[in-house]
Ligand binder design. Sequence first.
Ligand code: SF4
Ligand code: SF4
Length: 271
Amino acid sequence: MYGLGILKGLGVTIRHFVNTYVEDVKLGARKATTGNSFQERQSVDSKGLYTVQYPEEKIAVPERFRFIPFLVTEDPDHPERPGQDWCTSCGICAKVCPPQCIWIVRGEDPVTKRPIPQPEAFFIDIDICMNCGFCAEFCPFDAIKMDHDYELADYDRTETHIFDKKALSKPFSYWMSIAPTTVYEEARDRGAWEHSDVVKELRKKGETPTPYTEPYQVAKMRFASGDTPAAAAVQEVATVAATGEDPETARLRRRKEALERKLALEAKANK
Ligand code: SF4
Ligand code: SF4
């Protein structure tokens, strides 16, 4: 019948209109007692329409939500590899990034000057990043992930929007807190909670990596009970002792050197 579709559409609109007030009345009392009405309003069972009072109220983002990427590091309280990068500076993410907004400077051994599997510097221009998630999809080491933090507006569009390694790095436990299902699936694929290189090393030495079947918090306690300092931690202590620098000064020096190398490379490329 002509016009039936219009009537059905109006019916849907009226239903939403009425449900909005019915839900408001139902949740009003609970808001006063539990303060949870906003969460209930966001649930899949919620009916009607509602206005989010942003920024006081924020809609919870789904686990697969993606914004600017971040780099996964070990937790700062990790007994063997505190704060160590998961990134091996293989460069795959920079290659696949469609708008080419990733810049990586590969780390090198201070003594032998040979490349080491750690980034000396890592930059992402967040104004150019289009949040496609290719970098996270292609990273073979689960080292770069899409963040949920979308409140990045700033008055300065120059330097503050070029995120360096420090701004990009976030601990594994943060990744666990925003995407527990994905973290678990990735650990299952690696066969353990540790980084894939660490898993290989442990197996080579005949040791057992931490099984992914353990809850992460339990696994973390097992890390904490370990008493074998990793070679990287020993190297860090030895380097700082040899140079007399405190870790922060050493980090800033390495960053300055990396930036100088980056500028030199850019100058060479622009010749
Ligand atoms: S984030 Fe992943 S893909 Fe990118 S350089 Fe590091 S290890 Fe390679
Ligand atoms: S999300 Fe896409 S555009 Fe942004 S850095 Fe990763 S690959 Fe590049």
